[in-house]
Design a protein around this ligand. Structure first.
Ligand SMILES: NC(=O)c1ccc[n+]([C@@H]2O[C@H](COP(=O)([O-])OP(=O)(O)OC[C@H]3O[C@@H](n4cnc5c(N)ncnc54)[C@H](OP(=O)(O)O)[C@@H]3O)[C@@H](O)[C@H]2O)c1
Length: 254
């Protein structure tokens, strides 16, 4: 079993939901944390709580990943601070909905920056030193939505397909080294995600974020390229939808 004690885990989207759950789990396992998000107050309060509970060093950093190049700048910031990242979790993300033509282009750019560009830039940036050290863990949060193009969620599902594809390809590149990487494709999870997106929870039921974290860490242990923590029926439905003509996905995607 991987020992995370005294390692440094950088978690994006650590102020809420799945990212916050990763922060709790890694702190409980003795890892020091770098917590990335925009909500400074929430980061500070979690940092104080996790330091008090587990005695680990927690560095909260207010960082807006929707800005162009934010992932690359974050890698540089860590180098400048002399922080070596042993574990990277890319959890920051959000989803737009509605037709592409009617969605604000600035928001779509932000969605691409947070969900894709920051993931690619940090994965690339932190991977090189991990490979040099022959040790490291990268966990990229995609979504069940990665498996099917979804009308009315076009940009969101496309960004998640990108994360899944990128991560699985890099898994192939690092195989046989001491670096492990996995893509996590959760089904509906009980976080702030649906409040932010303003959409109902698909199927009306959401799993706890803790189950997503457990699935991710198990996938890393077993060196799996991806894990899909979701109800079996949804997993099958999404995979089938990916093989069907787009018209068949319309009904489920409004
Ligand atoms: N919940 C689900 O059902 C579900 C299912 C599949 C995949 N996912 C994926 O899981 C990941 C985590 O989402 P969640 O469910 O935990 O939702 P959440 O509770 O809304 O958390 C989203 C996190 O992303 C951060 N974030 C958003 N925009 C950011 C920005 N511009 N810069 C920096 N951080 C930003 C937020 O922090 P600030 O607002 O403080 O910046 C927050 O910490 C996302 O990638 C999402 O796509 C979620």
């Amino acid at each position: 079993m991987i020992n995370y004690a005294s390692k440094t885990a950088l978690i994006t989207g650590a102020s809420s939901g799945i990212g916050a759950e990763f922060a709790r789990e890694f702190a409980a396992r003795g890892a020091n944390l770098v917590m990335i998000a925009r909500d400074r107050q929430q980061l500070d309060s979690m940092a104080a709580e996790l330091h008090a509970a587990h005695g680990v060093t927690v560095t909260p950093i207010e960082w807006d990943l929707s800005l162009s190049g934010a992932g690359t700048h974050l890698v540089a910031e860590m180098a400048q601070r002399g922080i070596r990242v042993d574990v990277l979790v890319n959890s920051a993300g959000f989803g737009t909905h509605g037709t592409l033509a009617n969605t604000d282009s600035a928001i779509l750019s932000q969605e691409m920056n947070v969900n894709m560009n920051a993931v690619a830039e940090t994965t690339r940036g932190f991977l090189a030193p991990m490979l040099e050290a022959n040790s490291g863990v990268i966990i990229n949060i995609a979504s069940l939505a990665a498996f099917a193009p979804r009308p009315h969620h076009a940009m969101y599902s496309a960004t998640k397909a990108f994360v899944l594809s990128l991560t699985q390809a890099v898994w192939g590149e690092v195989r046989g080294t001491g670096v492990r990487i996995t893509a996590v494709c959760p089904g509906p999870t009980n976080t702030n995600f649906f409040n932010v997106s303003g959409t109902p929870i698909p199927g009306g039921k959401a799993q706890p974020a803790s189950g997503v974290v457990t699935a991710a860490l198990t996938a890393i242990e077993h060196e799996k390229p991806r894990t899909v923590p979701a109800p079996a029926v949804m997993k099958i439905a999404m995979k089938v939808m990916g093989l069907l003509p787009v018209t068949a996905t319309l009904k489920a995607s409004k």
